[in-house]
Design a protein around this ligand. Structure first.
Ligand code: CP
Length: 327
């Protein structure tokens, strides 16, 4: 089957818009690409002759490098520019920057920006695919996709009834929002835990999740715990007395891990702050799948670039994307 012929989006802006069927198309594509990553020669000719531009207006290690590696694995040229190295720092608008990137013959634009809504806005300005690599506290769709894919690898493809606890700074987290969308669409049960100032009570009714301020209860029945960093860069007020007090109340340590089921896994989107949201020995323990998540990020970004570029080529040139299985 040519998976890409069933995909009908040029952009990936968020998980909120996606149907469960679309998530399935992405996961099937990720599976195919993940297999190619263990080949001695990883390069596939699927985006040969294309150029992907990564415009990163916020710092990034994992997402930026994974998008670069994904584009290179698909044989695309890839250019990465940071905000302070672009003419945005000289007063150019984001719109003009994107139009100029398109005029310079880029075939896809990956953007990380501190303003929620920037990728959606640009997707309406340019004809080339726009991929959201994280926009403010709104969404980080490829992170949620790699998280869900990691859960599927561990617990099987059907996540119905799986219990996932997201612990930490939910209020300012785009990772939390994208994961809540993805996990609930896939049938998992989501519990949110953390300081009451950082876990909005209205998320229960807005997203159909459980909010639980008793950490022991939030951990006891979880199949997976997803830890979040305190996102100081987006906080405009003090939400708890000190980092030390956050750690003593909510940090994942040996005692709190003992409250988990024996087969529960520990996840984190990174960057991790060792000794704050989790102890170092927990981050490096056998329960931790943090680095597996990072590796899955390459295949996820390959899938997203392939699907969105394939659809853009189809609408612009009537060209059917090549099936991965043919390679
Ligand atoms: N998880 C994540 O987005 O990490 P980076 O900020 O390093 O890309």
């Amino acid at each position: 089957m040519n998976i890409a012929s069933h995909w009908t989006r040029k952009d990936l802006i968020g998980i909120e818009d996606l149907s469960a069927d679309e998530l399935e198309i992405i996961f099937n594509t990720v599976e195919s690409f993940k297999k190619t990553l263990s080949r001695s020669v990883k390069k596939l000719p699927l985006l040969q002759g294309k150029t992907v531009v990564n415009l990163f207006m916020e710092p990034s290690t994992r997402t930026r490098i994974a998008f670069e590696m994904a584009a290179k694995n698909l044989s695309a040229e890839v250019l990465t520019i940071s905000g302070d190295a672009s003419s945005l720092s000289k007063g150019e608008t984001l719109r003009d920057t994107a139009l100029n990137i398109q005029a310079l013959a880029a075939d896809a634009l990956v953007i990380r920006h501190s303003s929620a809504g920037s990728p959606l806005y640009l997707s309406k300005v340019v004809d080339i695919p726009v991929i959201n690599a994280g926009d403010g506290a709104h969404e980080h769709p490829t992170q949620a996709l790699l998280d869900a894919f990691t859960l599927r690898e561990r617990f099987g493809k059907d996540l119905t009834g799986l219990r996932v606890t997201i612990l930490g700074d939910i209020l300012f987290s785009r990772v939390a929002r994208s994961n809540i969308w993805a996990l609930t669409k896939l049938g998992a049960s989501v519990t949110l835990a953390g300081p009451s100032t950082l876990v909005p009570p209205n998320f229960e009714s807005a997203f159909g999740v459980r909010v639980c301020h008793n950490l022991r209860d939030a951990l006891a029945d979880a199949d997976a715990v997803m830890l979040l960093r305190i996102q100081h860069e987006r906080q405009t007020a003090t939400h708890f007395p000190s980092l030390g007090e956050y750690t003593s109340s909510f940090g994942l340590n040996k005692l709190r891990v003992s409250w988990l089921k024996t087969d529960a896994i520990i996840m984190h989107p990174g960057p991790i702050n060792r000794g704050v949201e989790l102890d170092s020995e927990i981050a490096d323990s056998a329960r931790s799948v943090i680095l597996q998540q990072v590796t899955n990020g390459i295949a996820v970004r390959m899938a997203v670039l392939y699907l969105c570029s394939g659809f853009a080529d189809f609408t612009r040139f009537g060209k059917q994307p090549q099936a991965i299985e043919e390679l």
